[in-house]
Design a protein around this ligand. Structure first.
Ligand SMILES: [Zn+2]
Length: 231
């Protein structure tokens, strides 16, 4: 993925990827110990960095970078906006896990168990905004494009909110009949097959991340079309 981004979006795109990768790795490590013990959390996969998750978070950015072969400025806009959204989600998830206040669904205010897709905390939301801002700043600096800073920061934030909304509404929700616990997976960590309770059974958190970053790429294209030729 790094090679695709360097190939399509050059050293500026590589710099944005480095800002995303280093800051997200650091913030995941900082938050390795959740404030609320794991036994009471939903069975999220935590800080796992498997292939599916990398593809979900960075696959859209790698494809978008190839646009840079035709138009380097547009390529950098797409890479920065998409990675800003991916960073916002990573930061929000990692710092949200440090929150001592239970997350709430942002449209209803209903408190939900920590780790619930769609739940948001003040700490996680502020963290997400910071992660998006850092990636947006790296793109603006690397490309010498000041307007990319506010645009990609907003796009990163919008991607994070879309991720939460999709996670709560359309992501598959399951229930383990053995443990009497809600789950996000067709098979619970106790190895019991879970019952489908709502959402799309085939749509997991990786699918939601992919959709949210694709939306961020679309918003980046719209912002580029609106603001460019840009300074
Ligand atoms: Zn179970």
């Amino acid at each position: 993925m790094g090679a695709l981004i360097l190939f399509g979006a050059g050293w500026a795109g590589g710099g944005v990827l480095a800002a995303f990768f280093v800051s997200s790795s650091l913030v995941s490590r900082l938050s390795a110990e959740p404030a609320i013990p794991d036994t009471t959390r939903l069975d999220s996969k935590g800080n796992r960095r498997d292939h599916a998750q990398v593809l979900a978070n960075g696959g859209v950015a790698a494809l978008a970078a190839l646009v840079g072969l035709r138009d380097p400025t547009l390529g950098l806009w797409l890479v920065t906006g998409t990675l800003a959204a991916a960073a916002a989600d990573t930061w929000a998830t990692s710092l949200g896990a440090r929150s001592r206040v239970a997350p709430r669904l942002f449209w209803s205010g209903r408190p939900v168990p920590p780790g619930t897709s769609g739940g948001m905390t003040v700490l996680g939301t502020a963290g997400g905004a910071t992660g998006g801002l850092l990636v947006a700043a790296s793109g603006a600096l690397a490309g010498g494009l000041p307007s990319l800073l506010p645009a990609a920061t907003l796009i990163g934030f919008a991607g994070m909110v879309a991720d939460s909304a999709l996670g709560a509404v359309v992501q598959g929700r399951f229930y383990c009949p053995a443990c009497h616990l809600p789950s996000e997976w067709p098979v619970h960590r106790c190895a019991t097959a879970t019952l489908h309770r709502g959402g799309l059974a085939w749509l997991d958190n990786d699918g939601v991340n992919f959709a949210a970053t694709a939306l961020a790429a679309g918003l980046s294209f719209a912002a580029w079309a609106w603001l460019c030729p840009c300074s």
